[in-house]
Design a protein around this ligand. Structure first.
Ligand code: ADE
Ligand code: ZN
Ligand code: ZN
Length: 289
């Protein structure tokens, strides 16, 4: 191989390693949830987040919100923590029944992970000089990422199709799977059509909806009653309902999804991104009181 071609080949390999296949919302979904969340933090929570963020983040939580997907292969134990598989066609969720990994180990699902990393972060307040048994930087990055994942309807999906991962569909003319439509394709199409491919404009549009159209719902999103710090079971129950009512409905193996599906589903995606961001902020505000 000529030296030049070898160079091109090496850069392609590098790109593959830098951008592995993502899981959960794609990059823009996670970015959006964390941007919204960071803008709603109390002074105490904003200070704690700034202290815990890695220096590479330059104070921007959104820039590292996808980190948990990047380490899934290196931290192999963490891969079942991104989702919940519920019984096929039941359209409901129960922690005790469903929050386990494929080997049946309890608490190993995205709701269990949210409880776990919330508890770890609570030790920040007790620590001397913020020394803790845990790596609280990693706890913060995991928690922020999992708030995104649990709000992706198909991350609380049916067991046999792995949350739509085994359902082949066409998104307009492109071949993909239903799961990926909800992780990425719907958001990408919104950006192309309405915001000219700019994620920051998508964030702005959602922020406007939070203060106008959805303003009367926001208090109830933030609510986590019974003196609890985190409420992932509420989000998971909403998630499997949305998966049944909006993601799976009308779709079968080989379906072509286009304008009818896109125009009726994208508002649900924006609404879930808003809820994820508002709730991550409310939870961090409760943790760092
Ligand atoms: N693997 C198995 N079920 C999954 C789901 N609901 N989402 C993502 N990955 C999965
Ligand atoms: Zn994920
Ligand atoms: Zn996913």
């Amino acid at each position: 191989m000529e030296l030049y071609k070898f160079h091109v080949f090496l850069s392609m390999v590098a790109v593959l390693f830098l951008f592995p296949v993502v899981h959960g919302w794609g990059l823009d979904g996670h970015y959006t949830v964390c941007k919204i969340a960071q803008s709603r933090l109390s002074k105490a929570a904003a200070d704690a987040v700034e202290k815990l963020l890695p220096t590479s983040a330059n104070g921007d939580l959104a820039s590292v919100c996808i980190w948990a997907d990047r380490v899934k292969f290196h931290y192999h134990w963490s891969s079942p923590l991104h989702y919940i598989d519920t019984p096929d066609n039941l359209c409901n969720y129960q922690y005790k029944r469903d929050c386990k990994d494929e080997d049946g180990v309890e608490d190993r699902c995205v709701a269990g992970a949210i409880y776990n990393y919330t508890n770890q972060l609570l030790s920040y307040n007790k620590g001397n000089d913020h020394v803790s048994t845990y790596n609280l930087t990693e706890s913060l990055l995991f928690l922020s990422h999992f708030f995104g994942d649990i709000h992706q309807p198909l991350h609380v999906g049916f067991t046999s199709d792995r949350g739509g991962n085994t359902i082949d569909v066409h998104w307009y003319t492109r071949k993909t799977v239903l799961h990926h439509v909800w992780d990425s394709n719907i958001i990408e199409t919104v950006e192309e059509r309405y915001d000219d491919s700019n994620v920051d404009e998508l964030v702005d549009a959602i922020q406007k909806n939070i203060t106008t159209g959805w303003a009367d719902q926001v208090n109830s999103w933030e609510n986590c009653s019974g003196n609890k710090t985190a409420c992932p079971d509420i989000y998971a129950s909403e998630g499997i309902k949305a998966a049944c009512d909006w993601a799976y409905i009308g779709v079968s193996e080989g379906s072509t999804l286009e304008d009818d599906y896109f125009l009726s589903r994208y508002p649900i995606v924006l609404w879930r991104l808003a809820q994820g961001g508002v709730r991550l902020a409310a939870t961090l505000n409760r943790i760092f009181k």
